[in-house]
Ligand binder design. Structure first.
Ligand code: RB5
Length: 149
């Protein structure tokens, strides 16, 4: 299950991505927002990152105006690796090296066509594991330290 959320700054791109995912037959859920009225991005980051953190969803996509607020918010949740991507290379690396389980984009940075392309690349790319897994294990250790401090 792939869950998708945005604020008003990412609404248009979110709707374009949901349409693409449904056309491809990929199971997905829309966690809002539901229009262009101004909302607070942390509320939507919490819905998507919370679902990924709990294991209710395997993957998530978050979009705000720049992607910055969504990435800061989502990475506060344990087990979340949210990657803000801007182009084809960063979308590929987000999975190949970082095994990002949430893809973050800026709806005021990318066109809908660009955003859809980055999602397709992230979904099609495989994590390389190996030395990259060692690095992710070190990040996981930070989470465990934080909960004991
Ligand atoms: C909303 O105006 C804007 O601040 C938000 O979409 C995002 O870019 C925050 O990082």
């Amino acid at each position: 299950m792939l869950v998708v959320g945005s604020d008003h700054g990412g609404y248009e791109l979110k709707m374009a991505i949901l349409e693409m995912l449904r056309d491809k037959g990929i199971a997905c859920a829309d966690f809002g927002t539901d229009g262009s009225d101004s909302v607070d991005y942390p509320d939507y980051a919490a819905k998507v990152a919370g679902a990924v953190s709990s294991g209710d969803a395997e993957l998530g996509i978050l979009i705000c105006g720049t992607g910055i607020g969504m990435s800061i918010s989502a990475n506060k949740f344990s087990k979340v690796r949210a990657a803000l991507v801007h182009d084809e290379f960063t979308a590929q690396m987000a999975r190949e090296h970082n095994n990002a389980n949430i893809l973050v984009m800026g709806g005021r940075v990318l066109s809908c066509d660009q955003g859809k392309k980055l999602v397709a690349i992230w979904l099609a790319t495989e994590f390389e594991g190996d030395r990259h897994q060692n690095r992710l294990d070190k990040i996981t250790a930070f989470e465990q330290q934080a909960t004991t401090q």
